[in-house]
Design a protein around this ligand. Structure first.
Ligand code: CDP
Length: 773
């Protein structure tokens, strides 16, 4: 028996039903669209039809005359208040409303504020803008050519379209490895642009109280505290007078991390008009103007010995950032990408170069179900390893096994200079192979081939990196990346936990309550978890890139342990014993909580609460192996998924049901990218993929079934051994799907094909190698 009788039921590892679902199931969620304030006005945004054009004039007079219109805001009006431009989370600038030029299709040009949302939208058609079209840059390669139009000519000293150039690793050692290699394989590929497309688009209700000057902004924010600070910096409002409330959010996936012009104009309008202003984005607005994902060009080589040992990796990456650099990238290096570009492999030398360029497209490259370009890096190394297996004529599973970082080498410093905290890759590979029936499948594949059928088996063994900080390496706009938890136990033994992160559907109200329950024995249903209201939660950097569990989950465990330490002292006082003797006698946490407010010892502060700002010593490195089986139809190029096995290791699982839900979401997303999702642009910069008939998302009908497995390698530095999991399925599965389709065609020499693998593209590849029917 311990000092604090916790009725220890082991709350970690239990599939506790999601507490938050009760309100969602009965339609009582509280989303931005549900918020209605007295006297509220409505805002609609006029967007540019051109991707690049000079603005000669904007005439708002006809719109202003429409009954119900209160005001039409243009960039010139904002410029009078120094609000026409705003900083991005990557330290660049972005127009709030265009003044000189538009630089992407869909850019915000003017806003109508009206008594009624329909009037606001009708009035947009009455605004006359005189545009003078300019040459358009739609690819980063074109952007970096000599003589390309300088997109950001508004920026002093910007003479070309390059945004950044970063390098990692050792160029000389890599050169040497390639010079000595027996075999070099090369892959040139593009990870296409896609969009997080959350179910709920972005929006806000800005309410600036004219009497007190307090700005209460209800907004779809994955990072409410960081957004509060940005608002203070942009609008010059005193930070104590800004309250960001992020209510229930219908998905974020990185898309709700950047600050968008709509939030800023609605807040400025509320400030000027003294009335609340609501802005709700429509689907096209979301798809064409908010943070997209990927759009990464990769060209690299892998050096190997004759026997298959990997000796060197060289990669050049070019990223299409759109017209502003706004993906909330930590300032010091290409986080994520540089960490794990060598994948799960013990590659002694690597050199990686990455450049970013402005184009006439929406800003983005957000951490969409991954942390900071991890998906792209992971995709690339897995595709390269698969290519190497074919060219060496060896089994792709065995080539992976041969080159895995062995478990005894952890913590492992990669050739790009980052430390993997833990890993044990073979058991995950073995489990995936065993579950998918790999040996038998390879036999079946041979037989199928003899019958003229194209069966493919694809693998991906990924390593992810999640949980930014540590703060010495990561900051957003100088704000250090830590996270926080504040735990208060009430006299009746019920508790409230307040966090700096913000769920967008991940189930934090359940899993974080489980962490407290594990530490203190208060059942999860007695613990309220509060997030998203900056006046009532401690400062944190928010939820994206799977950082909540590694960072805020650790803060929660540490805060609970502080409470437990005080509870021990209270228990000793109640039992009139010394703390050391408590092994033998007990008080329940509920009795102790009551005493904290009614019978605490002399000299001890009343109350039972603790706060922790957790700065992790390192990121965590979840991993796994996925296997996908497909059959390709030679007549149509369509590919049918026969089986998907996903084995993930995210350390200690707090709530296995929630983890599985997260993985299935990621697998669906991976399937979507591999099979159908694509946002592209014509030569004039018109966005193709601006609605759900052009931009295809997988529904339950076409999404294949998944079989999930797990291994458990706890993070050695996390207080409960948990690693984040939210995104790893997205990281691993696209490569596994593409590798499976290529495997089906491989014997005929198809080594590369870009996503999405639409049937016409696959059929053309089949046709080229004489396999089409
Ligand atoms: O930052 P975000 O919440 O998107 O990602 P995460 O930290 O990977 O967690 C996603 C969800 O899975 C949360 O509800 C976590 O608490 C839960 N989870 C878990 O139960 N066990 C883990 N080892 C990791 C995450």
């Amino acid at each position: 028996m311990t000092a604090v009788e916790t009725e220890h039921k082991g709350w970690l590892g239990r599939s506790v039903k999601r507490k938050e679902d009760a309100r969602f199931i009965v339609g009582r969620g509280n989303y931005i669209e549900d918020i209605k304030l007295p006297g509220m006005l409505h805002m609609a945004i006029l967007r540019s039809p051109y991707a690049h054009a000079k603005i000669n004039s904007i005439d708002t007079s006809r719109a202003m005359e429409l009954p119900g219109v209160v005001v039409v805001v243009t960039g010139d009006v904002l410029a009078e208040h120094k609000l026409a431009w705003m900083p991005t989370l990557s330290g660049d600038t972005q127009a709030v409303l265009a003044t000189d030029k538009v630089r992407m299709q869909g850019q915000e040009v003017a806003c109508v504020i009206a008594e009624d949302p329909y009037v606001a939208h009708d009035a947009l058609e009455l605004i006359d803008v005189d545009y003078e079209p300019l040459p358009v840059v739609t690819t980063p390669q074109a952007a970096l050519e000599d003589g390309a139009p300088v997109i950001r000519d508004d920026k002093e000293g910007q003479t070309d379209n390059r945004i950044y150039h970063w390098e990692a690793g050792d160029a000389e050692a890599t050169e040497q490895a390639f010079a000595e290699a027996d075999k070099v394989v090369r892959l040139v590929t593009h990870y296409p642009r896609c969009h997080p497309a959350p179910l709920e688009c972005c929006g806000c209700v800005a309410d600036v109280n004219p009497a007190t000057g307090k700005a209460t902004i209800h907004m779809t924010s994955q990072a409410p505290h960081a957004h509060r600070t940005v608002f203070a910096l942009v609008a010059g409002l005193p930070e104590q007078n800004i309250q960001i409330i992020s209510p229930d959010i219908g998905g974020g996936f990185g898309n709700k991390v950047p600050v968008y012009p709509g939030y800023v104009v609605a807040t400025a309008a509320s400030l000027l008009l003294g009335r609340p202003v609501k802005w709700i984005e429509d689907r096209t607005g979301n798809l064409i103007s908010t943070g997209f994902a990927r759009d990464f060009y990769m060209d690299g080589e892998l050096a190997l010995k004759e026997d298959g040992t990997m000796t060197g990796l060289r990669v050049n990456m070019l990223s299409d950032q759109g017209y502003a650099y706004a993906d909330a990238q930590p300032s010091k290096f290409r986080a994520g990408l540089f960490h794990i570009v060598t994948g799960s492999y013990d590659i002694p030398a690597a050199h990686v170069v990455t450049d970013g360029a402005y184009t006439n497209k929406a800003p983005g490259g957000v951490a969409y179900r991954c942390s900071f370009r991890v998906t792209e890096a992971s995709f690339f190394i897995e595709r390269l390893v698969q290519t190497a297996a074919y060219e060496l004529g060896v089994d792709p599973a065995e080539l992976r096994r041969q080159n895995f970082i062995p478990p005894e080498k952890f913590p492992y410093t990669s050739a790009t200079g980052f430390e993997y905290d833990s890993g044990n890759y073979e058991p995950a590979l073995d489990q995936a192979l065993q579950r998918v029936g790999y040996k038998v499948l390879r036999e079946e594949q041979k037989r199928a081939r003899e019958e003229g059928r194209l069966l493919g088996i694809g693998l991906a063994s990924f390593t992810e990196v999640v949980g930014a900080g540590p703060s010495r390496h990561y900051d957003i706009l100088g704000i250090k990346m830590f996270d926080s938890a504040e735990l208060r136990v009430h006299p009746t033994g019920k508790a409230i936990l307040k966090l700096g992160v913000k769920s967008q559907g991940q189930g934090h109200e359940t899993t974080f309550a489980q962490i407290v329950a594990e530490e203190l024995g208060i059942p999860p249903e007695d613990i309220a978890v509060q997030e998203g209201d900056t006046d009532n939660t401690p400062y944190g950097l928010g939820t994206y890139a799977s950082r909540s569990t590694p960072v805020a989950g650790a803060a929660t465990a540490v805060a609970a342990r502080k409470v437990r330490d005080k509870a021990r002292k209270l228990a000793a006082h109640l039992l009139e014993a010394s703390e050391d003797d408590l092994e033998w006698r007990a008080k329940t946490i509920q009795e102790i909580a009551f005493a904290a407010y009614t019978d605490h010892p002399e000299g001890m502060e009343a109350g039972l609460e603790a706060t922790n700002y957790y700065d992790p010593p390192n990121m965590t490195f979840p991993f796994g192996t996925y296997a996908v089986v497909v059959e390709v139809d030679r007549g149509t190029g369509a590919w049918d998924v026969k089986k998907v096995v996903a084995v993930d290791d995210c350390g200690t699982r707090i709530n296995p049901m929630i983890v599985e839900g997260q993985i299935m979401g990621g697998l669906t997303e991976g399937y979507g990218t591999a099979a159908m999702e694509l946002i592209t642009f014509d030569e004039d910069g018109n966005c193709i993929g601006s609605n759900f008939t052009d931009y295809l998302l997988p529904g339950s009908w076409e999404t294949p079934a998944f079989e999930l497995g797990e291994t458990v390698t706890p993070s050695p530095h996390h207080p409960i051994g948990a690693k984040g999991v939210g995104e790893s399925a997205t990281v691993g599965s696209p490569a596994a799907y593409v590798n499976a389709v290529i495997d089906a065609l491989a014997h005929a020499g198809v080594r590369n094909i870009d996503m999405p693998l639409t049937s016409d593209k696959v059929w053309s590849a089949l046709n080229e190698v004489g396999l089409a029917e």
